[in-house]
Every structure is written in structure tokens, then in C-alpha cells.
Design a protein around this ligand. Structure first.
Ligand code: HEC
Length: 115
């Protein structure tokens, strides 16, 4: 495949995209084939508010995910907006594939909390 995919104004070879598809994130509604690990996904989707360290922003009322008591399953559901009120300030990633939410949840529980 020599086809190229346009992402954020940059061009990435389709091979990168293919690897991404193999990783099981093919139905991702959003276009970020270059972002695939739990860490990258967390920093991309969540870091803006919760900070890359997961410590949140106290003054903005953003809780530190490093101290979350949520289980892995709860995290996956929470990220995708299941069981959450619609008017929360945290966006519901309802079109995020479960596999991606799972990677983020693993990262939060294993890496961020362990630090
Ligand atoms: C726009 C800012 C914003 C973004 C982006 C965001 N959050 Fe949040 N998050 C919040 C706020 C604010 C809360 C507090 C509850 C609320 O108001 O929704 C919260 C709450 C949480 C909680 C609950 C903490 C607890 O222990 O009760 C978790 C877990 C969480 N976020 C994880 C994530 C993850 C994972 C992502 C990325 C997929 C993410 N957040 C993206 C703002 C954000």
C-alpha cells in the first residue's frame, strides 16, 4: 500500500495506519493512527485536563486520576461515558473504541498509579 492518510495536516504512510488497524483500533472514529500506546492515548485525550502526570488541576476542579479508586472496568465505562450524567464537564468519549479505552485504563491503573 502506498496510499497516504492525512492526519492533522501531516501525512503518515499507510503502513503506520495498517499497523494501527492490526492493533484492533480500526473502527476508531477519530483519526490518530500515530497514537497507539496507552501512554500516548492518555496524553492525547486526557492530558490536557488531567495533565500528563495524571495529577489533575486542583484550581480547575479536575481530579487527579492517579488517586482514582475505580477498578479497571469502571474506568473503561467511565471514559466512554457509560453511567455518567450528561452534564459532567469531562467529555464522554462515546465513539472511542473499547480497545482504546482499555489501553488508557490499563495505563492509568498500572503506570500512573504506580508512580
Ligand atoms: C475537558 C477536561 C477533561 C478531559 C479531556 C478528561 N477529563 Fe476526566 N475529568 C474531568 C473532570 C472535570 C472530572 C470531574 C468529574 C466531572 O466533572 O466530570 C473528571 C473525572 C475523571 C475521573 C474520575 C476520577 C475519580 O476517581 O472519581 C476519571 C477516572 C477521569 N476523569 C479520567 C479521564 C480519562 C482517562 C480521560 C481521557 C480519556 C479524561 N478523564 C479526560 C475533566 C476531563
Amino acid at each position: 500500500m502506498t496510499m497516504q492518510k492525512e492526519v492533522f495536516g501531516l501525512r503518515f504512510p499507510a503502513t503506520v495506519f495498517a499497523v494501527f488497524l492490526l492493533a484492533g483500533c480500526g473502527e476508531d472514529g477519530h483519526d490518530h493512527p500515530e497514537i497507539s500506546t496507552g501512554r500516548e492515548l492518555f496524553e492525547y485525550h486526557c492530558g490536557e485536563c488531567h495533565q500528563e502526570t495524571g495529577e489533575g488541576a486542583f484550581l480547575r476542579g479536575i481530579p487527579p486520576v492517579v488517586y482514582t479508586t475505580m477498578t479497571y472496568r469502571q474506568l473503561v465505562a467511565y471514559i466512554r461515558g457509560h453511567g455518567r450524567a450528561e452534564d459532567t464537564r469531562m467529555p464522554a468519549y462515546s465513539s472511542m473504541p473499547k480497545a482504546e479505552a482499555e489501553k488508557i485504563a490499563i495505563y492509568v491503573r498500572r503506570k500512573l498509579k504506580a508512580r
